[in-house]
Design a protein around this ligand. Structure first.
Ligand code: TRP
Ligand code: SF4
Length: 400
C-alpha cells in the first residue's frame, strides 16, 4: 500500500490559464504528480464568490481549464482531477466548520480587504466572499491533505485551515468510544510491543520523557499491522490529546520562477498583459514584439539597462547563460536592437507551447474525453470525501 503524502490544490475557472499560472503553479503540480498522491480540482464554487453575477464565464471555462491542465502535462492516471460542485460534502464540512469559527478569523484574512479594494466594480460585501477561505479550508481538510501547493497570496488561507483543523480537533477530537477503539488498535500489535507501548506512554505522560515519545512514535509509524487511522488514534492516545480527526496541512510555496506580465506588472488577464498557455502563434509573436522595453532606449543607438526592462525577466526564464550574456552586453552597448533581443524569448515560448498544443489537440477534438476524465476523478475524490465526513459526523455526534 502506498503511504505517499497527499497533495491538494484548486484553481478558479474564471478565464484561460496563462503563462503566469503555468510557471507560478501548474508546472509544480505536474512535478508533484509523480511523487505524491495528488488531488487537483476546479474550484467553481470559489469562482462564484466573485462571479455570482456572471456565471457564464465559469461555465465556459470549467472544461477549458481542465484542457489547459492536461496540456501542461497532468496525467489523469497519475492524479485525481475533479469538480468541486459535484461533491456537496465540501459544503457540508464548510457548514460544520463555520459553527465554531470566530468571525474575526475571516475578517483578518489579508485577501479579504485586498480583493474587495481591487475588484471595486463588484459587490463583494457578501457572506460568501467573507466565508471563502473557510470553504477553502473545507476543500483541504476533507481530503486530509498534507501539502497544499499555492502561491504566496494563498498562504494565509492555509494558515486559517490549520487553525480550523486545530479547533475542530480540540472541540470534537475524542471519538465517543475512543478508549475501546484504542484497545482494538493496540490488539493488532504483537503482545510484547503493545506492552512496551503502554509502558512508554505512562513514562511520557508522567515525566514528559522525550525519548519515550520519539521511540513510540517511530514504532507506531512503522508498525505494518496498523492502518493510517490506527496510527493517528494511537499517537493521539499516547500524547493524551485524543484522535486528530482532521489533519493540519502545510503550505507548499511554489519556488519563485515567477513570470511577470508583459508590462512588468503581475500577469493577469484583466490587466491585458498575459499570454495564454495555448496562445495562437501569430498573436504570441505580436504580443512579445509590442512589449515595452527600457524607456531609456528611445533610439536604436541609445544604450539600455536590462534591469529596467521587462523583457529581461523573460530571458531569466526562457534563455540560457549564453543568450543572457548576449543580452547584457548587447543592451548596455546598444549592440543589439530590442526586436532582435526579443526573438529568443519568442522562440523559447513557442518551444514551450508546442508540446502543450499537441497534448491539448485530442481533447479539443473530443470533449467527451475531458468530461470522462473529470467524471472518473470526481468519483474517486467523492469516496475520500465521504469517508472523512462519516468520521466528522460521528465526532460531532450527528449520528442520532
Ligand atoms: N483560493 C484558490 C485561488 O483563488 C483556489 C482554491 C480553492 C484552492 N480551494 C482551494 C487552492 C484549496 C488550494 C486548496 O487560487
Ligand atoms: Fe530590453 Fe533587450 Fe531592449 Fe535591452 S535590448 S531594452 S533588454 S529588449
Amino acid at each position: 500500500m502506498s503511504q505517499k503524502d497527499r497533495v491538494l490544490s484548486g484553481m478558479r475557472p474564471t478565464g484561460a490559464l496563462h503563462l503566469g499560472h503555468y510557471h507560478g503553479a501548474l508546472k509544480n503540480w505536474v512535478r508533484l504528480q509523480s511523487t505524491h498522491e495528488c488531488y487537483y480540482f476546479v474550484a467553481d464554487w470559489h469562482a462564484l464568490t466573485t462571479h455570482y453575477e456572471n456565471r457564464d464565464i465559469i461555465e465556459k471555462n470549467v472544461y477549458e481549464m481542465v484542457i489547459d491542465w492536461l496540456a501542461a502535462g497532468l496525467e489523469p492516471d497519475q492524479c485525481t482531477l475533479f469538480l468541486q460542485s459535484r461533491i456537496p460534502e465540501h459544503a457540508e464540512l464548510f457548514t460544520l466548520l463555520a459553527m465554531g469559527t470566530p468571525l474575526g478569523w475571516l475578517e483578518r484574512v489579508p485577501t479579504y480587504k485586498d480583493q474587495q479594494e481591487k475588484l471595486k466594480d463588484k459587490d463583494l460585501s457578501t457572506y460568501g466572499f467573507l466565508g471563502y477561505p473557510l470553504l477553502q479550508a473545507a476543500d483541504i481538510l476533507i481530503y486530509r491533505a498534507h501539502f497544499v501547493p499555492v502561491g504566496e497570496d494563498q498562504a494565509s488561507h492555509v494558515e486559517l485551515t490549520r487553525e480550523a483543523a486545530r479547533r475542530f480537533n480540540h472541540l470534537y477530537g475524542r471519538e465517543p468510544d475512543f478508549d475501546q477503539r484504542v484497545q482494538q488498535s493496540l490488539a493488532k500489535l504483537p503482545k510484547d510491543s503493545a506492552k512496551r507501548f503502554e509502558k512508554s506512554r505512562k513514562a511520557y505522560q508522567e515525566t514528559g520523557d522525550a525519548k519515550a515519545f520519539e521511540g513510540a512514535m517511530g514504532y507506531v509509524a512503522q508498525a505494518t499491522e496498523l492502518d493510517a487511522t490506527d496510527r493517528e488514534r494511537l499517537s493521539g492516545y499516547f500524547k493524551g490529546t485524543g484522535k486528530a480527526i482532521l489533519t493540519e496541512p502545510q503550505v507548499l510555496l511554489t519556488e519563485a520562477s515567477r513570470l511577470p506580465g508583459l508590462d512588468g506588472a503581475k500577469m493577469s488577464k484583466s490587466y491585458n498583459n498575459s499570454i495564454a498557455i495555448r496562445e495562437d502563434k501569430a498573436s504570441l509573436e505580436q504580443k512579445v514584439r509590442r512589449m515595452p522595453t527600457d524607456p531609456a532606449r528611445v533610439k536604436r543607438t541609445d544604450a539600455g539597462d536590462p534591469d529596467r526592462c521587462p523583457v529581461w525577466e523573460f530571458h531569466k526564464v526562457y534563455s540560457g547563460p549564453d543568450v543572457r550574456q548576449w543580452v547584457q552586453t548587447g543592451c548596455r552597448s546598444a549592440g543589439i536592437g530590442c526586436l532582435e533581443c526579443k526573438q529568443p524569448v519568442i522562440d523559447g515560448m513557442l518551444a514551450e507551447q508546442q508540446p502543450m498544443l499537441e497534448r491539448a489537440e485530442p481533447y479539443i477534438a473530443n470533449p467527451k474525453r475531458v468530461r470522462d476524465i473529470v467524471d472518473a476523478g470526481t468519483d474517486r475524490a467523492r469516496k475520500t470525501a465521504q469517508a472523512t465526513m462519516v468520521e466528522v459526523r460521528a465526532a460531532i455526534g450527528l449520528n442520532y
